[in-house]
Design a protein. Structure first.
Length: 219
């Protein structure tokens, strides 16, 4: 199972474009790409809330859902303008499928939008399931969505590996009792090198070796 943003795809450019347009509509200055990356990780509502708070604006209970809806509309209109798979991702997923390994996505991005993105990027034919945010489904780091992904793939947690770029992904895997591979090129703050991933990789060229390491650890 893979996280999406910061793990399989580099989506920060489109996210930054949408949040900055929303801020500009309210008379606020834009953020740099690096600043926006620090807001990513707990879903759209947290992203919007963090961006406004960083401009010293606390959104009230009535205002926050409105701004979230505005952001969604802006983001969905450009969700794949700049977003692209990280180097090696299409080849990795294709290779896993050829080896008979089920592959799924487990993300805090809304499920329909996550599906739209993987469709547009030509990845959906290589994926068995896309599990994202839904009403009444707890977000990661709750293990609920990850365990649902495992079940959808017809696997057990003993057969599973989670791949992600953040502390949220890592804690989700730990709570689910699933080994975790952390990627160092994503959006994690603090960086993956400062977290206690079971194994970390700098590119997907290191993926097979990381899986072999995890198998050796479990033996």
């Amino acid at each position: 199972m893979f996280d999406l943003d910061g793990t399989l795809v580099d989506s920060a450019g489109d996210i930054a474009s949408a949040i900055n347009e929303l801020l500009a509509s309210e008379g606020h200055a834009p953020f740099s790409l690096e600043d926006v990356i620090r807001f990513i990780g707990d879903g759209i509502t947290a992203l919007v809330q963090r961006a406004f708070m960083a401009r010293d604006v606390v959104l009230g209970a009535d205002e926050l859902p409105v701004r979230v809806a505005q952001f969604k509309k802006l983001y969905e209109s450009r969700a794949t303008d700049l977003t692209r798979p990280y180097s090696g991702v299409p080849e990795l997923i294709s290779n896993l499928r050829k080896r008979g390994i089920a592959v799924g996505i487990c993300t805090n991005k809304e499920e329909g939008l996550a599906q739209k993105i993987v469709d547009a990027l030509g990845l959906s034919s290589q994926l068995d399931v896309v599990v994202g945010a839904r009403p009444n489904r707890p977000a990661k780091p709750s293990p609920v969505s990850l365990l649902e992904t495992v079940a959808s793939l017809g696997a057990s947690r003993e057969e599973a590996i989670m791949v992600g770029d953040s502390a949220i992904d890592m804690r989700c895997a730990q709570y689910a009792g699933i080994p975790f591979i952390g990627v160092t090129f994503g959006y994690s703050n603090p960086p993956m090198s400062e977290l206690s991933a079971d194994v970390a990789i700098e590119s997907y060229q290191d993926f097979d070796a990381a899986c072999d390491f995890l198998r050796d650890q479990q033996a």
